[in-house]
Design a protein around this ligand. Structure first.
Ligand code: COA
Ligand code: AMP
Length: 631
């Protein structure tokens, strides 16, 4: 561990030297004036004064280096029975041409573009084309409903919207265009045009004058060159769930992002140019941004865009088929995917049908890796199983086993040690650092390393209040956990009302806002409950208005439908229950944390501020009647 420790110490004690050295992995147009600009804490800026282009670094430079024929993207879509390989040269041509298409629609440096796409290579092309001309993309996960898309359009104020006619989600075909049209009707901001990629699986109706067919458009456009942008210029905005219905627009800049992701590919994932790296996520999530698109391409590796599921497309051997067919070296996915495979094929019999000789490591993140799933995967796959912890805000791992530097001992239940650049501490609610083994708030001492969020888009105040105010001098992760005597970090779960459903981050607050609009509901609470497959599932508890005498099953069905329509099926709110009252503090705050503890069978202390302690007995009985805590 000597090598790792020395690098880690350097990154904390001499961050500017450390990151200046890491920055040699990126091609700059102009070098920085200052590695770290600390003039306006906590708004730290990396590589101030430097200029570069992210798309050039992810695509063009590999072609110029003579690796144009190497495969950049493998599109593997069991749901459409397609495998398509795209070389770096082909990717460069596609991206340059689509960038020309964006320009033809008036998009230029600094404009925002919303991308609402399924898992097809055109999603990557659209993102890279924005980066090429200095436009700021904001990808919205395809599983979000029209209203969620509308919220993001209104906040990001895009000049144009890029989408596809639809997606194939497991066995279902989902038309995207009606959702796009509905969102555009709902929102106040008006886009100037839409570019729609028509897929064979479903055709989109186009609105004359506003909508353009992707393929038709690029036929007539000149390819566009990479433009020079400042390292500190925004590359993208990615909205993520906060504790309210209004998501947070995490803003990532160009230079620090490229440096950090390039560095992480070798040092965390042990990936070199030419290796096949597969992140089985979705471009709509941060894992998709960092490790389907930018990380592997900046490194010159081959990435896989997989339009399928771990099970059912066609079976629980899907991941092993992709690994063997494309000679995948490293797979990155969420533990849920492995729990789903384990449920269908508990003995892992399907693995035996495939040649897994290329496979060297499995990385898991997005939610806590439970020791059962860890041991199951380790026993069957005979490769290192690496849990690593990060967040949309950080964009890359905070805590991980940095195998590319040095293999470290694994402790089941812990993602291992803080990654170079991250000074991780655990503090009490008063901000005092806690001794080894004691659970508290996980925080990171400022400055955060390059590649982490620069701010929240058009909302500096929320950036400060969400992350920088509770523990001055530290970034508040909102995760709780402890650090053991060997420095291993154990992440136990969120301290706020954000929940993780199948590795997807969702806000119970947003679901509550939807339930509260039901005409018969007086008040409600949504809490995260433990689920064997998906990690967590939301449970809606509601109190009816006085005098409402309707069939409660009917009301429950309406509530489930509302959340599906307003947020999306991905919210997975399937269970709701009417209760007589919700436990509250004397000042009227609903005791969500206490209810969460009861529903999950955890110990809790009677809150000293509780208004009426018998309300907790009532809710305990109600939850027990619903079968909580579940086994
Ligand atoms: N577009 C539209 N709808 C979508 C969607 C998309 N891109 N992604 C999911 N949905 C829908 C699903 O069809 C499903 O709808 P339903 O309620 O009508 O069946 C709902 O949202 C929930 O989806 P999901 O959580 O994916 O559940 P599932 O039961 O279809 O599949 C797993 C279960 C475990 C196979 C799946 O959750 C999975 O693959 N998890 C891995 C997670 C992952 O990769 N996370 C990324 C972070 S690293
Ligand atoms: P997201 O921003 O969607 O990536 O979700 C981030 C949240 O997921 C974190 O704040 C954690 O609560 C959780 N998370 C991600 N990775 C891990 C992990 N390896 N172990 C435990 N929790 C994790």
């Amino acid at each position: 561990m000597a090598q790792f420790n020395s690098l880690f110490q350097q990154s904390i004690n001499k961050p500017e030297e450390f990151w200046a050295e890491a920055a040699s992995g990126i091609d700059w147009i102009k070098k920085w004036d200052k590695v770290l600009d600390s003039t306006r804490p906590p708004f730290y800026r990396w590589f101030a004064g430097a200029t570069m282009n992210t798309c050039y670094n992810a695509v063009d430079r590999h072609v110029e280096a003579g690796r144009g024929e190497q495969i950049a993207i493998i599109y593997d879509s069991p749901v459409t029975d397609t495998v398509r390989k795209i070389s770096y040269k082909e990717l460069q041509d596609d991206v340059a041409r689509f960038a020309g298409g964006l320009k033809s629609q008036g998009v230029s440096k600094g404009d925002t573009v919303i991308i609402y796409m399924p898992m097809i290579p055109e999603a990557a092309v659209a993102m890279l084309a924005c980066a090429r001309i200095g436009a700021v993309h904001s990808v919205v996960f395809g599983g979000f409903a029209a209203s969620e898309l509308a919220i993001r359009i209104d906040h990001a104020r895009p000049k144009i919207l890029v989408s596809a006619s639809g997606a194939v989600e497991g066995k279902k075909t989902i038309a995207y265009k009606p959702l796009v049209d509905k969102a555009l009707e709902q929102c106040e901001h008006q886009v100037e045009s839409c570019i729609i990629f028509q897929r064979d699986v479903v055709k989109a109706d186009m609105q004359e004058g506003r909508d353009h067919d992707w393929l038709e458009l690029v036929k007539t456009c000149e390819p566009a060159e990479c433009v020079e942008v400042a390292a500190t210029d925004p590359l993208y905005i990615l909205y993520t769930s906060g504790t309210t219905g209004m998501p947070k627009g995490v803003m990532r800049d160009n230079g620090g992002h490229a440096v950090a992701l390039y560095w992480s590919m070798k040092n965390i994932y042990d990936i070199d140019a030419g290796d096949v790296f597969w992140s089985a996520s979705d471009v709509g999530w941060v894992v998709g941004h960092s490790y389907i698109i930018y990380g592997p391409l900046l490194k010159g590796a081959t990435t896989i865009i997989y339009e399928g599921k771990p099970i059912g497309t066609p079976d629980a051997g899907a991941f092993w088929r992709v690994i063997s067919e494309h000679k995948v070296k490293t797979l990155f996915t969420a533990p849920t995917a492995f729990r789903a495979i384990k449920k269908m094929d508990p003995e892992g019999k399907l693995i035996g049908q495939y040649d897994m000789s290329s496979f060297e490591a499995l990385y898991l993140a997005g939610e806590r890796l439970d020791p059962d799933t860890y041991h199951w995967a380790a026993d069957l796959l005979h490769v290192p199983i690496i849990d690593h912890w990060w967040q949309t805000e950080t964009g890359w791992a905070i805590v991980a086993n940095c195998r590319g530097i040095e293999d470290m001992e694994v402790k089941a239940g812990s993602p291992s040690l803080p990654v170079p650049g991250y000074d991780v501490r655990v503090v009490s609610n008063d901000g005092d650092e806690l001794p080894a083994g004691e659970e508290g708030n996980i925080v990171i001492r400022l400055p955060l390393p390059p590649g982490t969020l620069a701010t929240l888009w058009r909302n500096e105040d929320r950036f400060l209040s969400s992350y920088m105010t509770t523990f001055p001098g530290y970034y508040e992760t909102s995760d709780g956990g402890f650090i053991d005597k060997d420095g291993y970090v154990f992440v136990m779960g969120r301290m706020d009302d954000v929940i993780n459903i199948a590795g997807h981050r969702l806000s119970t607050g947003a679901m509550e806002e939807v339930l509260a609009t039901h005409p018969d509901v007086a008040e409600c609470a949504v809490i995260g409950t433990h689920d064997q497959l998906k990690g967590q599932l939301p449970l809606g508890l509601f109190v009816l208005k006085d005098g409402v005498n309707r069939d409660s099953e009917e009301i429950k069905a309406e509530l489930v439908k509302m959340v599906r329509e307003e947020i999306g099926a991905i919210a997975c709110l399937r269970e709701t229950s009417g209760v007589n009252r919700l436990p509250k503090t004397r000042s009227g705050k609903i005791l969500r944390g206490t209810m969460r503890a009861i529903a999950n069978g955890k110990e809790y202390n009677m809150p000293s501020t509780i208004d009426d302690p018998t309300s907790l007995d009532e809710i305990t009985d109600a939850l027990q009647d619903m079968g909580y805590p579940k086994k």
